[in-house]
Design a protein around this ligand. Structure first.
Ligand SMILES: Cc1ncc(COP(=O)(O)O)c(C=O)c1O
Length: 384
């Protein structure tokens, strides 16, 4: 009598492009190990090529890139930053720690992105910036948002944690705001465990950014031979990752097309093969406006209600499949209530979708067997 063991399918599994270890070894043996060496510069070039940004600076996380943007916007206590409630806490926290007030706006029911129709009502004379998050790498309504920002003299920052490789009306996500932030956390398409980048489309921010990233010093200028010693010039912090991480990340960025092809295959299989089940069970699949390309960052489903979302999570868990929910609304989170304010009208759509959303396992290197086990298991769930 044989026992069959069913291996579990993780939500995310690290994909190795191949050259990570060799590049890290090269960094270890050739030096330097501190930041801004040859691998960091290579990663900057690769990022600028993918996004079309004017300049890039690797950071220790997307959270830190967002913090840098808060320094660079010169936010003062009491200034306001308009952003979605349906996002990760870092999008708001980065501004709150500078004393600014995050103003939470509801999301659109279709793309789950900040609802551009609600942005104007959130703006006051203290507003300094609008921060957008391209949820699942599907672009926000950037033309409308940019028009509102220009009319009010506000900066637009893209939290592009999900969006590397996505486009909006033919332009890359990350190239649409004055600055954009990337995440290279292990769950992202391209990753180095923990990491990030700040991208610049308005290069006026760049020279101060180098100082903010290097503990408030002009060390970058010193290394380029522009000054004979480096000094404390401005406020800043330590946002520079080591060459070890940059080496790992470079290997991933060089394999971006391969990674993307594999992720898109998984995403498209979910979308096609779950369509009928979704229709029959009142489940909503991701909405993709025709003028946008997504980067297959995540695949989500909206169940009819919280009970069914929890039901499907449990049903998959029993079959060894690790699906997960996503953002919990920021406007009603303890820190959101303490440090932020909610825009007029509240965030009813955010409250609703946060309860109903489930994300399926999606990673480069997912086997056909794993993919079909997930699809079959989802299809076996009957919505109550
Ligand atoms: C929209 C968004 N912004 C920022 C972050 C923070 O990224 P990191 O872990 O690189 O700091 C995340 C994390 O997943 C995120 O989803």
């Amino acid at each position: 009598m044989g026992l069959t063991t069913v291996t579990s399918i993780p939500f995310n599994r690290t994909y190795l492009a191949g050259a990570e270890a060799a590049y890290m070894h090269q960094a270890m043996t050739s030096g330097p190990l501190a930041g801004d060496g040859p691998f960091t510069k290579r990663a900057h070039r690769l990022l600028n090529e993918v996004v079309g940004s004017q300049a890039a600076l690797l950071t220790t996380s997307c959270t830190h890139a967002l913090e840098m943007s808060a320094f660079l916007l010169d936010l003062q206590p009491g200034d306001e930053v308009v952003l979605p409630s349906f996002t990760f806490c870092s999008t708001a926290n980065a501004y709150a720690i500078r004393g600014a007030v995050p103003v939470f706006v509801d999301c659109r029911p279709d793309t789950l992105n900040i609802d551009e129709r609600l942005v104007e009502a959130a703006i006051t004379e203290r507003t300094k910036a609008i921060v957008v998050v391209h949820y699942a790498g599907v672009g926000c309504e950037m033309d409308a948002i940019t028009e509102i920002a220009d009319r009010h003299g506000l900066a637009v920052i893209e939290d592009n944690a999900h969006g590397l490789g996505g486009t909006y009306r033919g332009r890359s996500l990350g190239a649409l705001g004055a600055m954009a932030t990337q995440s290279f956390h292990e769950t992202k398409n391209v990753q180095c465990g923990e990491g990030g980048a700040l991208l610049f489309n308005d290069v006026r921010y760049f020279s101060r950014a180098e100082i903010v990233r290097e503990k408030g010093t002009n060390r970058s200028q010193f290394f380029r031979g522009m000054v004979d010693k480096y000094r404390w010039i401005d406020i800043g912090s330590s946002y520079l990752p080591s060459e070890l991480l940059a080496a790992y990340l470079t290997a991933q960025l060089e394999s971006f097309p391969t990674i993307q092809a594999q992720r898109h295959a998984v995403w498209s299989a979910y979308h096609a093969e779950l369509a009928e089940w979704a229709r029959d069970n009142g489940v909503t699949q991701p909405h993709l406006p025709a003028d946008r390309e997504h980067p297959a960052h995540l695949y989500y489903l909206l169940l009819p209600d919280l009970n069914n979302r929890q039901g499907l999570l449990g049903h998959l868990r029993e079959r060894g499949i690790h699906a997960t929910f996503h953002y919990q609304p920021l406007h009603s989170a303890p820190a959101g209530e303490k440090y932020g304010r909610t825009a007029p009208g509240g965030c009813p759509v955010t409250d609703d979708v946060a309860d109903r959303l489930i994300r399926l396992p999606l990673f480069a290197g997912m086997t056909a067997d794993e993919l079909h086990r997930v699809i079959d298991a989802v299809r076996a769930y009957e919505v109550l």
